[in-house]
Design a protein around this ligand. Structure first.
Ligand SMILES: Nc1ncnc2c1ncn2[C@@H]1O[C@H](COP(=O)(O)OP(=O)(O)OP(=O)(O)O)[C@@H](O)[C@H]1O
Ligand SMILES: [Mg+2]
Length: 514
């Protein structure tokens, strides 16, 4: 679509070099009221480019114009004063402060030198309603919210004040479809007010829904800048990775053996109704269900992160139930859990990839108590290769990696810890399509080694690709289990909705495939 209005922001020849170049010669124009989708593989440079636009990072080469005038923001607040704002991929909220305080941190309403609390609460309430957080007390500490709600607070914070360009860096990675809809409504409102939006996501279906234009970065270079209408997901993948996407996966020959984990009537309040199932050696068992159906909660009960108020878990052929009262007990019993939230996984950002990957088993990379950094490097190098962690080498700080690559380091750490039973919660969230297949191959490897894998995912195609069986949770109940060959997308979805049939008003909206 030709855009008659003059450009709001013009980038010409933007480049960034840390030790090596991560962006080169990016030229783009962004017009008022335009929504530009930006995509590319993990580490392609999307966040770096956004940070340059929003004043958090200084470019090495190139120049920017805002309304035709030179634009060189030296800090985030300088950019914000000019109406250029960004919702970052990693949340920047202060967990101990309330929602209201986080929203208005820089502009707390004052009365006689005191914070005007009633006014603050009212202002916060208005912003919260706009993003669908109306049911929540504005004085709730942000740290007590789930990651999805935290993300909405972060978004609401950036909708305050004057905004001419809003960059959203993977805003929907943690959101349910209802929250996604609310976000899209906000985006449409901003667009109608002439705000320009840069929308970064790995969910390719989403891009078409929201954007008019598409830009693709590959290895720091702009390989596409065009109207989005002519591109389907396959074409985008081709542009992102420079080759066609894989559609088939060979899981190799696997032996599914005896039960490795027996879960018996494990439940907690009205969150998880008593659930019983077996996970076998060499098996990949998926858990499907809508957001809020109790999938993550079930994993947390098995892992001891929450206390079950009934039921038991048995390891292998033991007749005595495992004594799992905390994650520490679970790990000792041979159970690992890889959650979707990098921050809670305690990635040490200033430390190297090697340290982060081997943290869980320092004993194996030390000799007589002294850390053997060669051994550590070998281990890291192996995972960097297998997971294609985009980095200089194992010595690079985890904090310097792109978001998706940090997620891979978290996965590497647990792979290295080598537990026989592995629980995964949304293992490929925030990971680009090519890298997803690397992770699937690793999961297949693990199952060939005889490990039992229990995988929660909102991406049904993903589960159907990698699982031997898929259990379906609905309204807190494990309602059905399907075996490979006996399932279809329709039967699984029907099961996912079954638990809500008697109480239709409580049914959450179906989660969109990632
Ligand atoms: N402070 C830094 N020092 C060195 N290298 C960095 C630094 N910040 C980013 N990089 C590198 O720049 C490259 C681009 O990272 P960026 O975060 O922009 O990727 P991305 O496209 O946002 O990826 P993702 O999809 O995983 O979020 C990566 O290889 C990353 O390791
Ligand atoms: Mg990023």
């Amino acid at each position: 679509m030709p855009n008659p209005s003059p450009a709001l922001l013009t980038l010409s020849g933007i480049g960034k070099t840390y030790v090596e170049p991560v962006l080169s010669d990016v030229s783009l124009e962004i017009h008022p009221g335009q929504i530009l989708a930006l995509t590319g593989e993990n580490g392609a440079g999307k966040s770096t480019l956004s940070k340059i636009v929003c004043g958090l990072v200084q470019p090495t080469t190139g120049a920017m114009l805002l309304d035709g005038q030179p634009y060189q923001p030296r800090s985030r607040s300088e950019a914000e004063q000019l109406g250029i704002r960004m919702v970052m991929q990693e949340l920047n909220l202060i967990p101990t402060l309330s929602i209201a305080e986080n929203l208005f941190l820089n502009q707390l309403p004052q009365r006689f030198g005191w914070i005007d609390k009633p006014r603050l609460a009212a202002l916060a309430q208005t912003q919260m309603t706009a993003v669908g957080l109306s049911g929540i007390d504005p004085w709730t500490p942000v740290g007590e919210l789930g990651v999805g709600h935290q993300q909405m607070v972060e978004i609401a914070r950036n909708l305050i004040g004057s905004c001419r360009l809003l960059v959203l860096d993977e805003p929907t990675a943690m959101l349910t479809s209802r929250e996604v809809e609310l976000l899209f409504a906000q985006i449409a409102r901003l667009q109608s007010e002439g705000v320009a939006i840069v929308y970064i996501s790995h969910r390719l279906e989403e891009l078409k829904q929201v954007a008019d234009r598409i830009a693709v970065l590959r290895d720091g270079k702009l390989v596409c800048d065009d109207a989005i209408a002519g591109y389907n997901s396959e074409a985008l993948v081709q542009l992102m990775v420079g080759r066609a996407a894989e559609a088939e996966l060979d899981l190799g020959h696997r032996e599914i053996g005896a039960p490795l984990l027996r879960v018996r009537k494990l439940g907690r309040g009205d969150v998880v109704a008593p659930a019983s199932f077996d996970l076998h050696t060499g098996e990949i068992l998926g858990v499907a269900g809508l957001i809020g159906s109790g999938r993550t909660e079930l994993l947390r009960l098995i892992f001891g992160a929450d206390r079950a108020d009934q039921g038991e878990v048995f390891i292998g052929d033991q007749t005595q139930a495992a004594d799992i009262r905390s994650p520490k007990h679970a790990v000792a019993a041979g159970i690992a859990m890889i959650t979707e939230d990098r921050k809670s996984q305690g990635l040490l950002l200033p430390q190297s990839i090697a340290v982060n990957a081997t943290l869980a088993r320092l004993g194996d990379v030390s000799r007589m108590g002294v850390l053997d950094s060669d051994a550590e490097t070998d281990v890291a190098q192996d995972y960097i290769r297998r997971l294609r962690i985009r980095s200089r080498d194992g010595a690079q700080a985890a904090g310097e990696l792109s978001g998706g690559n940090q997620q891979k380091v978290v996965i590497a750490r647990w792979l290295y810890r080598d537990c026989p039973i592995m629980l995964f919660d949304e293992p490929t969230r925030g990971i680009d399509i090519g890298a997803k297949f690397d992770i699937y191959k690793l999961l297949a490897d693990l199952s060939r080694q005889g490990k039992g894998l229990l995988i929660v995912s909102s991406d049904l195609r993903e589960l159907m690709l990698i699982c031997d069986r898929i259990a379906v949770m609905s309204a807190g109940k494990l309602v059905d289990t399907f075996t490979r060959g006996q399932w279809s997308q329709e039967t699984i979805l029907a099961a996912a909705f079954r638990g809500y049939l008697n109480a239709p008003s409580s049914a959450p909206v179906a989660q969109q495939a990632a």
